[in-house]
Design a protein around this ligand. Structure first.
Ligand code: BG6
Length: 516
């Protein structure tokens, strides 16, 4: 492991791939006054500075409509660092150095003059900090603005990479479109002025250490791959549960819902990492080719099959962590008759040689009893038990559970003899915990992904065909649900694991959701 000047071990210098170096650049954040910038991006940039991972020649430029001075924006940076749970080590000297290099340009996203002003500011800062003209634009605005922003950048001469000269890269936030057609239009709009290797479509789940560890578990160990298939795996369960509600984001959530917010992106990323074939290398092309092949192999859900393979839910009032919480329809900016789903469960089937007939049950919801993201590989039972029924207290079959968050780790469940004179058997767990083993906090996914973009490494970002494939899969479900407004919502209480219909979905196959 490499050590930083401060003597701390640097977790980022290690990785799945050969590391590339960061080079001088300016990071321009569109939507700099927004929620994501304050909560995630500024703390991530500070953490990178603190870990001495930013290039020495670097500056941050915020761009948004709000009128703000450089100092106002620096104030936001300081506030973000002071309050964010993502910040691990607060160091005033690092913060002061980063603040000096932090600037702000106010302007309307549609106004060519604003881009002219931005261009002048960037040229001035480039001369001051010697950033080699290299630019990264992080577009943290609503998706409806992505196309316009890129067009304006192009018109202002800010969008093109120069052969042998500067690079320009664009990071775009999710949700990437709201259905297949809009994602395609968006890709066309971006790729009119940019090449695919300039576009970094972010899904922060891919930046999580534990998500990357799925790959290490599968491909750095010899014992799992031989049993990672339909001969040994009965089914897979993936859950992305949140105890939080919509956190005041009523306008956003009414337009989005759980399928667009979590299933189309985060949950399908998890599924594809579990189901993908081993890539030849971890280069962006090989890795993404294999990941996308999985999504393309998932059996399309015809409108007529939606009722049998997918369940939607919406929370009513209830209790979470002992506190009484409002139902979704009572949240601010939510329609009193809203049919936006806050819960969804899917039964996916990956139609390929490895996974034929192995269901992948995927569920996600807001206002669940706890926050938990987990992937459980349920193995088939032993073909024959040479024990009497009376000797088996409880034996639920082998499960390999990958806990993505919280309490990150891996558990293998297997049958063991209960100590004592007679033969009695029950399931026990063998546990690996990240915290206990590595004893340090994970970097936030945004750190890893911003750094990868600075290095020009697209492996952990989505490709145009990848997002489109995921939308193509999800679209018929969204369509069917939108046209059938007769659903009786709310259908689960806040603080419970979702609607009864979701239990029926898996029970029909003779299986049950894991007790979590
Ligand atoms: C975001 C969604 O992409 O992911 C949020 O927009 C959700 O609604 C969040 O809460 C969950 O991320 P994490 O990292 O907390 O699991």
């Amino acid at each position: 492991m490499s050590a930083t000047a401060s003597g701390l071990v640097n977790p980022f210098r290690e990785g799945l791939r050969t590391d590339r170096a960061t080079v001088p650049c300016q990071l321009v954040i569109f939507g700099a006054s927004g929620d994501l910038t304050g909560r995630k991006l500024l703390p991530a940039i500070y953490n990178l500075a603190q870990a001495e991972l930013l290039p020495p020649a670097f500056s941050v430029v915020g761009f948004a409509r709000n009128t703000m001075s450089d100092d106002d924006f620096r104030g936001r940076l300081k506030h973000a660092v002071a309050t964010s749970g993502d910040v691990r080590i607060r160091d005033d000297a690092v913060l002061a150095r980063l603040a000096e290099r932090t600037h702000y340009v106010a302007g309307d996203f549609h106004d060519p003059a604003a881009y002219g002003a931005l261009k002048d500011a960037l040229a001035g800062l480039d001369a001051e900090y010697a950033t080699g003209g290299n630019l990264i634009f992080y577009i943290a605005t609503p998706a409806s603005l992505f196309g316009d922003i890129v067009e304006q950048l192009h018109t202002a001469g800010l969008a093109h990479t120069e052969e042998g000269g500067r690079f320009v890269r664009i990071i775009v936030e999710k949700p990437f479109g709201r259905d297949f057609a809009s994602a395609k239009t968006l890709n066309t709009a971006l790729l009119k002025y940019l090449t695919e290797d300039q576009v970094y479509r972010i899904d922060h789940y891919l930046g999580k250490e534990t998500v990357q560890n799925i790959l290490v578990l599968r491909f750095a160990n010899g014992i799992f791959e031989p049993i990672w298939n339909r001969r040994y795996v009965d089914h897979v369960q993936i859950i992305v549960a949140e105890s939080l509600g919509i956190e005041g984001r009523g306008n956003f959530y009414e337009e989005t819902g759980v399928v667009r917010d979590i299933i189309q992106n985060h949950a399908l990323q998890l599924l594809s990492l579990v189901a993908m074939e081993p890539p030849t290398t971890f280069d962006a092309r090989d890795f993404r080719d294999e990941k996308i092949r999985v999504i393309e192999a998932i059996r399309p859900i015809a409108p007529a099959d939606v009722a049998a393979t997918c369940v939607r839910g919406q929370y009513g009032p209830g209790f979470v962590d002992g506190e009484s919480v409002a139902g979704y329809r009572q949240e601010p900016n939510v329609a009193a008759d809203s049919i936006t789903p806050t819960y969804a469960a899917f039964r996916f089937v990956v139609d390929n040689w490895r996974w034929a007939d192995v269901p992948f049950y995927v569920r996600s919801g807001k206002r669940m009893p706890k926050r938990l993201t987990e992937i459980a590989i349920q193995f088939k039972r032993a073909p024959h038990l040479p024990f009497r029924k009376s000797q088996v207290d409880e034996l639920s079959g082998n499960v390999l559970a990958l806990r993505i968050q919280p309490d990150e780790g891996i558990t293998l469940k297997f049958g063991a003899k209960v100590p004592g004179p007679s033969m009695r058997i029950r399931s026990v767990n063998m546990d690996f915990g990240y915290g206990a083993t590595f004893g340090r906090e994970d970097a936030s996914p945004y750190e890893r992904l911003i750094l990868d973009c600075m290095k020009g490494d697209q492996t952990l970002f989505d490709r145009a065909d990848g997002v489109e494939a995921a939308w193509a899969l999800i679209d018929p479900v969204l369509g069917a649900w939108q046209s059938d407004r007769a659903i009786a919502f709310p259908n689960y209480d806040a603080g419970t694991w979702g609607p009864d219909a979701a239990d029926d979905l898996i029970r029909r196959d003779g299986r049950a959701w894991r007790k979590l």
